[in-house]
Design a protein around this ligand. Structure first.
Ligand code: GDD
Length: 318
């Protein structure tokens, strides 16, 4: 079996590469020219890299033709929600065109492969209190250009399955975190600030955005296990929530991280971190995915937070 991971050098891509290698599956991946490779340095001798920008259709066709994958994990995307307000067209173009090029290359080459499309809980957007925990059948009320791009990716997967029989499976993954999480995302941002304060590099003031939003966090190592199972067992053309089923406010997340550090820290709201609109509560019901795959999250949230803090303690120079 050969797996191709788009965006392999990213946060989820690097963990998925490790996981697939541990399952003795051949791993290849796409990276954009100039992408930092530090997350995959340790597995680089065991994987094949293709330099490919997914917005470049001929480059995607060449990559698919050369890689001949049985499994494609399509992770590459602009994934930071606030960046989609500052550059909406870039997010939509990057995420939608990239996926169309990928699916078109598969269709034109008649490649018999399975495709996992990493979609998002952001697609649900405005969720009413009585709708939590959210099921896949919930109406989609997107609140950001990023959410729109993920809905498009989701329905493109459905359309290519219905029109051409390409085996696509979409996962709506709720917030995920763990070691190597990009520092712009909330858990990693707070963890990095704490370590910088521990080191005495910055005054003991931690900047935050909206602490009242509620999110459902899954460890990235549980997520990559879910992606593998999704292609192995899920029904093509269908969409599945990957979630923990537990809601936590961002304030609770912050308190968990603060509880893992000995320094005393003042909290300060930074208006630049507030969003034009913030999805209030995203907590998922993953029973549909569990019924087909038996998957459930295994790594407790507190462990994930410990591992994330320790990641920054090791990564930042002494
Ligand atoms: N980034 C950030 N920084 N978020 C903050 C901060 C801060 O300083 N303070 C509070 N927040 C709040 C945000 O307003 C949001 O409610 C929540 O923390 C989570 O923010 P992010 O970590 O940036 O993630 P996200 O929920 O916007 O999106 C992530 O999860 C999606 C799945 O639901 C991303 O990983 C998306 O790519 C993914 O699809």
């Amino acid at each position: 079996m050969r797996a191709l991971i788009t965006g392999i050098s990213g946060f989820v891509g690097s963990h998925l590469a490790e996981y697939m290698l541990s399952r003795k599956i051949e791993v290849a991946g796409t990276v954009r020219s100039g992408s930092p490779l530090q997350h995959i340095e340790h597995v680089q001798p065991d994987i094949r890299l293709y330099e490919c920008d997914l917005t470049d259709a001929p480059a995607v066709e060449q990559t698919i033709s050369a890689a001949q994958p049985d499994l494609i994990f399509h992770l590459a995307a602009q994934s930071f929600v606030p960046a989609s307000w500052s550059a909406p067209m870039e997010t939509i173009h990057n995420n939608v065109a990239g996926q169309i090029h990928l699916l078109e290359a598969i269709r034109k080459q008649g490649l018999a492969c399975k495709v996992l499309i990493a979609c998002s809980s952001e697609e649900y957007g405005q969720v009413e209190e009585h709708e939590v925990p959210i099921k896949e059948t919930n109406p989609l009320r997107p609140l950001s250009p990023y959410a729109i791009s993920k809905i498009a990716q989701n329905y493109l997967g459905y359309q290519y399955y219905r029109n051409y029989g390409i085996h696509t499976v979409c996962t709506r993954t709720f917030n995920h975190t763990g070691p190597r999480r990009g520092e712009q995302f909330v858990t990693s941002n707070f963890a990095k600030q704490i370590v910088e304060i521990e080191r005495g590099w910055k005054p003991p003031v931690l900047f935050v955005g909206n602490l009242e939003a509620q999110r459902d966090f899954v460890d990235v190592r549980d997520v990559v296990r879910a992606y593998d199972l999704a292609l192995d067992r899920c029904v093509p053309g269908e969409v599945y929530n990957v979630a923990s089923g537990k809601g936590r406010t961002i304030r609770e997340v912050l308190n968990t991280l603060l509880g893992l550090s000995a320094v005393s820290i003042e909290i300060q709201e930074d208006p630049a971190r507030l969003r034009p609109s913030d999805v209030k509560a995203l907590v998922g019901d993953y029973s549909k995915f569990h019924a087909v795959t038996g998957w459930q999250p295994e790594i407790p949230f507190e462990q994930t937070m410990k591992d994330l803090l320790n990641y920054w303690r090791v990564k930042l120079p002494q």
